[in-house]
Design a protein around this ligand. Structure first.
Ligand SMILES: NC(=O)c1ccc[n+]([C@@H]2O[C@H](COP(=O)([O-])OP(=O)(O)OC[C@H]3O[C@@H](n4cnc5c(N)ncnc54)[C@H](OP(=O)(O)O)[C@@H]3O)[C@@H](O)[C@H]2O)c1
Length: 264
């Protein structure tokens, strides 16, 4: 992407592996300083931070451990970024987990873990970032939801509920931040604004998916009109597009990246 994000600071949860790593890299390639949060794989996270620095130069890239389901830790994560860099322009709520089981057999702990991480984490991080963004009159919040939040999936009651919740959260936060901006007299014609949008990827070729048996992968591809899975970069390019100052008129929207799978 060739968006100009020079001088912008981005926080990407789950930003050190998989789709999140592609997002961090795409934002860094456009000039942003990226803070990537991760759950526990410190070795991998530090490797990724070093790779970014090697590739794009020393722009203060960081990998920070933070379990987003912990409200206090999430709030501190955001406050630390603001204190250190003096600004936070872009938040990408990408951290997400699965604990798949058919609903009748789903353990309450697995229900709670997935809702707390995927939906709770996105809420806590956004909640901490919004007052700062409204005060500055600019900001971009981008949620990584899922196609399965739109169409459901057998064995994913917890996951699809959390991802559907992110779509509702996106729309509510989009309305609330616009209202707050208006109240503060910051909705001028040339305002960069604070926007909140959501992306719903279909199956993406991450390490986990690539390790699936060929037969399972072939079955997955057979229900996708373009007959392949998404590359992580194909999700990242929408994030970088939405993160740009020029995307200020796009808010409260759901962006599908699924090879046409939801047309069936
Ligand atoms: N892959 C797909 O096909 C697909 C499709 C649609 C939507 N999505 C969504 O896209 C997002 C990324 O998926 P992915 O497949 O790239 O995932 P992944 O490879 O499993 O995600 C890894 C990243 O998330 C971090 N993470 C995990 N739990 C966390 C927590 N509680 N707090 C903070 N960070 C946490 C990991 O940190 P560690 O390295 O420390 O574990 C790592 O940085 C998820 O929200 C997922 O639901 C994925």
């Amino acid at each position: 992407m060739s968006e100009n994000l020079q001088g912008h600071v981005a926080l990407v949860t789950g930003g050190t592996r998989g789709i999140g790593a592609a997002i961090s890299e795409s934002l860094a390639a456009s000039g942003a300083t990226v803070v990537a949060a991760y759950a526990g794989n410190t070795e991998r996270a530090n490797q990724f931070r070093d790779q970014l620095t090697e590739k794009f130069g020393d722009h203060g890239f960081e990998a920070v451990q933070c379990k987003v389901e912990d409200p206090e830790a999430s709030h501190k994560l955001v406050q630390d970024v603001i204190e250190k860099h003096g600004r936070l322009d872009i938040v990408v709520n990408n951290a997400g987990i699965t604990r798949d089981k058919i609903a009748a057999k789903l353990d309450p702990a697995d229900w709670k873990a997935v809702l707390d991480t995927n939906l709770g984490g996105a809420f806590y991080v956004s909640q901490a970032a919004i007052p700062h963004m409204v005060e500055r009159g600019s900001g971009r919040i981008i949620m990584i939801s899922s196609l399965n939040g739109e169409i459901g999936n057998i064995g994913q009651a917890n996951y699809s509920a959390s991802k559907a919740g992110m779509i509702g959260l996106t729309k509510t936060l989009a309305k609330e931040v616009a209202f707050s901006m208006g109240k503060a007299g910051k909705l001028t014609d040339d305002s960069l604004g604070v926007t909140v949008n959501c992306i719903t990827p279909g199956y993406v070729l991450t390490e986990m998916v690539a390790a699936m048996p060929d037969k399972v992968l072939d079955n997955l591809k057979s229900v996708i009109p373009v007959r392949r899975l998404a590359r992580p970069e194909e999700v990242a390019r929408i994030v970088t597009f939405l993160a740009a100052d020029e995307s200020s008129f796009i808010t409260g929207q759901t962006w599908a990246v699924n090879g046409g799978q939801n047309m069936a």
